[in-house]
Structures are given as C-alpha cells and as structure tokens.
Write a protein that binds this ligand. Structure first.
Ligand code: PLP
Length: 383
C-alpha cells in the first residue's frame, strides 16, 4: 500500500484543495483577472508578514528572493554583516559577496546561537556608519535553530544598516511582525508554511530600504524591484508569473486564514515540542540544546550509535513511507531532521515518530516500545 508522509523541512505537504486549484485553465496575465488576483494576494500576504509596506510576488524559489534582497538595496564594495550559524546563513553571505559586497561573516558553529555580542560590538564600534546591511536567517532549517530576530532588531537600533532577513522556513508558522521589528527586507518562499508547492517567493521592503533601491548599483535584471513596482501599479508583474501557483496561493491563503494565524503558530509550536519530547524519550539528543532556540518548524537530531542516517532514512521510507531529511553540508551523516510545517498535523507526526521507533529498533538501537509516541501524545493532547 503506497502512502507517504513527507516530514522534511520543505517542500512541505500541501492541502488537497491547493493541489486541485493548481489545475486551473490559463488566463491573460495582463488582464483584469490577474490584476484582481495579484491585488488580493498581495494584501493577504501583507497580513501574514504583518506589514503595511511594499510586498512583491516573484516567480522563483526562496533563493531568488534572497538574491533580490541583496541586489536591489546594495552596491558593490558596501559593507555587510552576515550572521551565520548554518547553511542558509552562509548562502546569504555568498550571494552578497558574489555581487561584490564586502561581507563580514560573524560565524558561530552550526547548531549554536548566533554571536549576538559580536554583532553588538561591531555596530557599536562602527562610528562611521560603514555597515550598510545585516543579513540573517530567522529559522535556520539546516540545524533547527530559531535565531532571535527581535534581539537582533534591538541591537541594530538606530544604526542605518538595513536588516535583511530570510524567513523561508518561518513565515506563516512563527509570529514575525515585520514592521514592528523593523525588518527592512524580508523574504520567504511558497513551499514551507504557506501551503503551496515551490515556485513562488515573496519579499517585503520597508520605506528606508526602498529609498536605497534607486541608488543601488548591483547588477540586476529579472529581480529588478523598481521594475516590479512599475508593473505592480498596473496589476501586473514584469515577466510571465507562475499563474497556476498564484491561483493555488489564493486557496492556500484561504485555508491559512480559516485556521487563523495564532492557531497556526500554536500548531507548529506544539508539533515541535512533540518531536523534541519524543526523541528525548528515546534517549536521542536534539542538535539545538537550549529549547528557547528550538525551531517550531524543523527539529534536527543527532544520530545515535550504531545507526547510520542513511540506513535510518531508508528504513523509515521503505517500510513506512515516512520521509525525513538528513543533514546538509558539514552536518551530513551526523544529524537527521524532521520537518513539521505547512499541512503537517499532529497525527502525521505520530506516524512519523512510530516509524522512527520501529526503524531504530530494527537497526539495533535499544528502544522501549511506545515511549516516544507516548511522549509526543502527552504534548499533542495538551494542544
Ligand atoms: N532559506 C531557508 C531558511 C531555507 O530553508 C531554504 C530552503 O530550504 C532556503 C533559504 C532556500 O530556498 P529555495 O530552496 O526555495 O531556494
């Protein structure tokens, strides 16, 4: 019997109604139907971002929006602080240096909190106001670390550096008030908490970031947001948008708002706690030690002896149809990751955790049958 449970950190499972909405007929992307659609989508996304500022819908994956966040607001040679404690933090730094920014990586080991003191010291010493931007990933999917964005925003304070944030695996699942936290440029993708397949990306832009756009000298064509703004005023995008995705997004957003933002945040928090409690009941160690930094959408777990991550993933998938992720980059082979976001439910997690227990037993790791599921249920029943 083929039945799969996609418990990776994205793409996340989507509701059936969203999948059905994808099979739309085509229509004119320069006509009134699209104009109405893009206006409605932009307005709804602004509510999720908690922003009253500009927001653009891009046909791209999340990395496209990260690139747009760099090339539209910076010029070659400008100084950027990139906070890095995982793979995606490193990606932001790479994009900025690829386009000629002078990037200072403020790094901590993957799975450890960011170097908040290091950021504070650099900003405090920057009397000439040379730093033009800070890049940071809100929820580091490669490690399951939720970085403290509110603290970073406070540390940035009155410093004119733009706060540029990747919220690809957090937007929608975690409370993230873009305007009140002073986030200048905020990017996310469609395939995580926003109930859509991959293919669309979203970027919000504060007024002070927008003022920089006119002066930015980094090369850009497809991701030129000044051009996107011109077209948005006509209810269009500069290039052909992914129309099926836009239609499906309307359905995804309808489902999202029917659940309600706060309920959605609570569901993600509870799923994350359930996984954390379950793996601890098995004697396994989450990579992120301090529960205050534990991501509500992704949990990374250190691999136990004598099990290999590949074997574990294969066993869970071939025997139970449960797909979890391995580690990326330097964590490959050392951790495995549960994604619990988007349309994933507590019931899906119970299946995932049961199959984890059974797979571990099959691979020679001692398990007290039912202990992990019991721990998860304790969390899930509390809601
Ligand atoms: N940033 C984070 C935190 C992510 O989790 C991902 C994707 O997994 C990305 C960026 C890149 O997004 P994409 O693969 O859609 O380009």
């Amino acid at each position: 019997m083929e039945k799969n449970y996609l418990l990776i950190p994205g793409p996340a499972p989507i509701p059936e109604a969203v999948a059905r909405a994808m099979s739309t007929e085509m229509f004119n992307h320069r006509g009134p139907r699209f104009k109405k659609l893009i206006e409605e989508l932009t307005f709804s996304l602004q509510k999720i971002f908690q922003t009253g500022e500009r927001l653009f819908i891009l046909t791209a994956s999340g990395t496209g929006a990260m690139e747009a966040a760099i090339v539209n607001f910076l010029s070659p040679g400008e100084k950027v602080i990139s906070l890095v404690n995982g793979s995606f933090g490193g990606r932001f730094a790479d994009i900025a240096s690829t386009y000629g920014a002078e990037v200072e990586r403020v790094e901590t080991p993957w799975g450890q909190p960011l170097d908040y003191e290091g950021l504070e010291a650099r900003l405090r010493a920057d009397n000439g106001r040379a730093y033009r931007a800070i890049t940071v990933v809100h929820n580091e999917s490669s490690t399951g670390m939720l970085n403290d964005l509110k603290r970073i925003s406070r540390l940035r304070g009155e410093h004119p550096a733009l706060l540029i944030v990747d919220t690809v695996s957090s937007m929608g699942a975690i409370d993230l008030p873009v305007d009140s936290w002073g986030i200048d440029v905020c990017v996310t993708g469609s395939q995580k908490a926003l109930l859509l397949p991959p293919g669309l990306a979203f970027i919000s832009v504060s007024e002070r970031a927008w003022e920089r756009a006119a002066r930015s000298k980094m090369p850009k064509y497809y991701f030129d947001l000044l051009k996107a703004q011109e077209y948005l005023e006509k209810g269009q995008t500069p290039f052909t948008p992914a129309l099926s995705q836009c239609v499906a997004l309307r359905e995804g957003l309808r489902i999202y708002f029917a659940e309600g933002r706060e309920n959605c945040y609570a569901r993600h928090r509870s799923m994350a706690r359930a996984v954390r409690e379950a793996v601890q009941a098995l004697g396994l160690q989450p990579l992120v030690k301090d529960p205050r930094y534990a991501s509500p959408t992704v949990t990374a777990i250190k691999k136990p002896e004598p099990v290999s991550v590949d074997q574990l993933r294969r066993e869970m998938f071939t025997r139970f149809g449960v797909e979890i992720a391995g580690g990326q980059g330097q964590l490959e082979g050392r951790i495995f990751r549960f994604g619990h976001l988007g349309a994933v439910t507590g019931a899906d997690l119970v299946v995932g955790i049961t199959s984890l227990e059974l797979a571990l037993q099959a691979l020679g790791y001692p398990v007290e049958p039912g202990c992990a599921v019991k721990a998860a249920e304790e969390v899930l029943k509390a809601g």
